[in-house]
Design a protein around this ligand. Structure first.
Ligand code: URA
Length: 280
């Protein structure tokens, strides 16, 4: 068994790899109905942060342009969003990390062990954004170190990526929501300036949003993963691709095949951009 076979097997994708026999799996524009129980896609949409343009698919992706546009949802930014964003604007990595670790801007700080800023290559081409730290991440101060993190590592390996090597991993909220609940709209909004500054500093070529809260935080619009997959969105000139959160995939292993398609799509987008074909 090759290394790739064993990685795909770990993701639960061995047979699918063999059936399709190629990483460049064609994506269907419509991936079918939403799963009936989608904890990753809960009905009340957590809101995303400050006033920005709502997400739009990138013009260059003609094959995906026919997908219906997501409705834009106006978000109410926290009253001091502009001031907070301005405060972070000049911060370098060290100062930003210190600010995140000391943050008390929302109630998530009350029950955290520590804030979890992110991990990886600060000049990475790839940025993966999750939802928020869980218990193990809260204890260790690093994102995605629990079971979901193991699956994320396998997902990265499946497209020849490794944590820390041209990859940065961050979360939409930096402090653990109690009982691992989905972050509230206000929490996502309060924390967004940190992610925004991280993106400014990293300047990734591609962002992969893992799950709905991350997608909504980045794209500032209501997103359902099932209908947003296979499309390339834009965050201030950086392409954003969405896929299922690894924790969701652990609960819904049948959707791992879709996540694999999404990763292949992301890899194609990255290659296009690296070879100068992609247009933002
Ligand atoms: N889930 C996330 O979204 N982020 C983590 O860091 C861990 C689990």
């Amino acid at each position: 068994m090759t290394r790739r076979d064993s990685i795909l097997r770990e993701m639960g994708l061995g047979p699918i790899w063999r059936l399709r026999d190629a990483p460049e799996v064609a994506l269907a524009a419509d991936d079918g109905p939403e799963p009936a129980v989608v904890q990753d896609d809960p009905p009340p949409a957590p809101a995303a942060p400050p006033p920005r343009q709502a997400a739009s698919p990138l013009k260059s992706l003609a094959s995906f342009q026919n997908a219906a546009a997501e409705p834009a949802v106006a978000r109410t930014p926290p009253a001091d969003a502009g001031e907070r964003t301005a405060r972070l604007a000049g911060l370098d990595w060290e100062a930003l990390t210190e600010t995140i670790l000391a943050c008390r801007d929302c109630t998530l700080c009350e029950q955290r062990t520590q804030a979890v800023p992110g991990v990886g290559d600060v000049q990475a081409d790839w940025l993966f954004v999750g939802e928020g730290p869980g218990a193990e991440e809260d204890a260790r101060g690093e994102p995605f170190v629990g079971k979901a993190g193991k699956l994320l590592d396998a997902m990265l390996a499946a497209i020849d990526l490794r944590r820390g090597d041209n990859v940065y991993i961050a979360n939409a909220v930096k402090c653990r929501p109690p009982l691992n609940r989905t972050p509230e709209a206000e929490e996502l909004a309060a924390c967004f300036p940190y992610l925004a500054r991280q993106i400014e500093l990293i300047r990734p070529k591609l962002i992969v949003a893992l799950g709905r809260p991350a997608a909504q935080a980045l794209l500032n619009t209501d997103i359902r993963i099932a209908s947003a997959r296979g499309r390339c969105f834009d965050y201030q000139g950086t392409p954003v691709i969405v896929t299922y959160h690894p924790a969701y995939l652990l609960r819904n292993p049948l959707d791992k095949a879709k996540a694999w398609e999404d990763l292949c799509f992301a890899r194609r987008q990255m290659r296009d951009r690296q070879s100068g074909q992609g247009e933002v």
